[in-house]
Design a protein around this ligand. Structure first.
Ligand SMILES: Cc1cc2nc3c(=O)[nH]c(=O)nc-3n(C[C@H](O)[C@H](O)[C@H](O)COP(=O)(O)OP(=O)(O)OC[C@H]3O[C@@H](n4cnc5c(N)ncnc54)[C@H](O)[C@@H]3O)c2cc1C
Length: 490
């Protein structure tokens, strides 16, 4: 460690890395963020193309309501997020009915009673468990505990109101809804896949209950696209004496005497660090480590199944061809009897029609996404480029066909179409194999924490609990900043 004990280097300007960086800067540490790409945000970035600003991955911005992680961060940094609430949050299109995810509680209760009759007991239990889970997570909640200090903090986070949730620690959502009709099951699976990266049979009951509440916790449009969140944090860091350096891909972490001492970038920059935060997946981290430091991690990732990738379509749409009074976000389940993902479930987000930055006049920017296994894309990319192109085209066509169910006429309105596969995601977010969204939230007792085994090197981002979403990685970023400050004695 250097004499100063003050130098923090953050690899990656995703929301998790930027959140931790800004809190450490605010606490008086010397902070440098090294970002490989030319703008910040990673999976929650927005890219410019031919007059459109397309959200690359994340489109739904949650966690801004009082007590939510983005709200709390804004209070700490004195930020004014450029957000606009969206209600309904989204509409779920099953083959023979559409269910609206109203943000308003009363409207949602009326909707579920009308569209999913006989399911009230499940929803009432879900609401109780979600309330306990949200309450605990509104306080510092270092899960999984990885130090004595974490245990002390966790114990302090427990209240009498938390105790009824304890019997559900090892249950799944499917376990709460044993007699669920195929329709309720399809609805739950589709909600959980996008929020917990897994379906009801595996999603933890407490995590899943909290995730099922997301529409009621507030969903927003971000002016200029979701990438404005990362841009705002990066600007805050620069304006407050930190550095965010772009086009600096870290290619090596130098470990000396068991400590992360420095990083080297592809541009020949060496940055010495007393504290190193890696806004990376474990696969990304292991690629930067050498020798003994890498061995433990290499074993870990060799035994860890690949996580999901995403297939995306970025569409420029002529608004004149779209239905009037159309909600902005939709989720389509094509055939509930088949596994979700791989174009059988598609999420569709349209840009705010009142946001002139997002698209040329009279047009709208849309991001469509579906979960996809990463391996087949890489296999074709490496072995048979023509077959890769064919598959990409097939996926694009199936995505548009699915979107037609939610938005009749969308096919006619397309003026621009850009597909993205896991190969594209690896290229632009540097996430190995294009694995996005972090680990499935199954057992709470197998959740991944930020400690890496190297005492001054921490993981941050959606690979650590509570996992994916801009709100989730903000919680993780806050936890890591607190842990570093505890170690530095700040
Ligand atoms: C298709 C899709 C849809 C999604 N929808 C939503 C949604 O609607 N709402 C929501 O909240 N979340 C959503 N998510 C999830 C959300 O986007 C992510 O969980 C979150 O943005 C991840 O943040 P992160 O901190 O892990 O960083 P990342 O987004 O992974 O960013 C990491 C950054 O580090 C940089 N980097 C990587 N390696 C290096 C290196 N070696 N050197 C320097 N820089 C490096 C990358 O360029 C990148 O900028 C979605 C994700 C996807 C893919």
């Amino acid at each position: 460690m250097g004499l100063s004990n003050n130098r923090v280097v953050v690899i990656g300007a995703g929301i998790g890395g930027l959140t931790a960086a800004s809190l450490l800067l605010k606490a008086g540490l010397d902070v440098t963020v090294l970002e490989a790409h030319v703008y910040p945000g990673g999976s929650a970035g927005t890219f410019y193309h031919k007059g459109y600003r397309f959200d690359a991955g994340a489109t739904l911005a949650g966690g801004f309501a009082p007590g939510g992680p983005h709200f709390r961060l804004a209070e700490m940094l004195d930020l004014d997020w450029p957000i606009q609430p969206v209600d309904p949050a989204w509409v779920v299109h099953l083959p023979d009915k559409s269910i609206t995810q109203w943000a308003n509680w009363e409207q949602w209760r009326a909707e579920r009673q009308a569209k999913l009759p006989g399911t009230e007991r499940f929803w009432q239990l879900q609401e109780r468990l979600a309330a306990a889970a949200w309450d605990v997570s509104s306080r510092p909640f270092p899960w999984p505990p990885q130090s004595f200090n974490d245990w002390v903090t966790l114990v302090k986070a427990i209240r009498p109101s938390t105790l009824p949730a304890i019997p559900y620690l090892t249950r799944t959502i499917a376990g709460l809804a044993r007699t669920a009709s195929p329709e309720l099951r399809a609805f739950l699976d589709a909600q959980l896949l996008i929020s917990a990266q897994t379906t009801a049979d595996k999603a933890n009951a407490l995590y899943g209950s909290a995730a099922l509440d997301l529409p009621r916790r507030g969903v927003n449009h971000v002016r200029g696209g979701i990438g404005s969140l990362a841009k705002m944090l990066a600007d805050w860091i620069a304006a407050n004496g930190g550095q965010v350096l772009y086009r600096q891909e870290v290619v090596e972490i130098v470990v000396r005497n068991g400590h992360a001492a420095a990083v080297r970038t592809n541009k020949g920059l060496t940055a010495e660090a007393d504290w190193l935060l890696a806004n990376l997946t474990p696969w990304g981290l292991v690629g930067l480590l050498d020798g003994d430091a890498a061995n433990g991690w290499r074993q870990k990732i060799e035994t860890t199944p690949a996580t999901w990738g995403a297939f995306t379509l970025y569409l420029g749409l002529d608004a004149a061809h779209l239905p009037k009074n159309l909600p902005d976000h939709h989720q389509v389940v094509v055939d509930p009897s088949r596994p979700l993902g791989e174009t059988n479930s598609v999420f569709i987000s349209l840009s705010d029609p009142n946001d002139g930055q997002r698209a040329p006049k009279g047009m709208r920017a849309a991001t469509l996404s579906t979960h996809t296994a990463v391996a087949p894309w890489w296999e074709l990319q490496n072995r048979d480029r023509a077959a890769y192109e064919v598959r990409r085209q097939q996926y694009a066509e199936r995505m548009v066909a699915a979107a037609e169910r939610a938005i009749p006429g969308i096919g006619q309105s397309i003026r621009l179409c850009l597909p993205g596969t896991p190969v594209t995601f690896q290229r632009f977010t540097r996430r190995p194999q294009g694995m996005v969204g972090g680990f499935p939230q199954e057992s709470l007792f197998r959740a991944h924490g930020p400690a890496t085994g190297i005492p001054n090197l921490w993981l941050v981002g959606d690979s650590i609990f509570p996992g994916q979403s801009t709100a989730g990685v903000t919680v993780g970023g806050m936890r890591v900043a607190t842990a570093v400050l505890h170690q530095t004695g700040h």
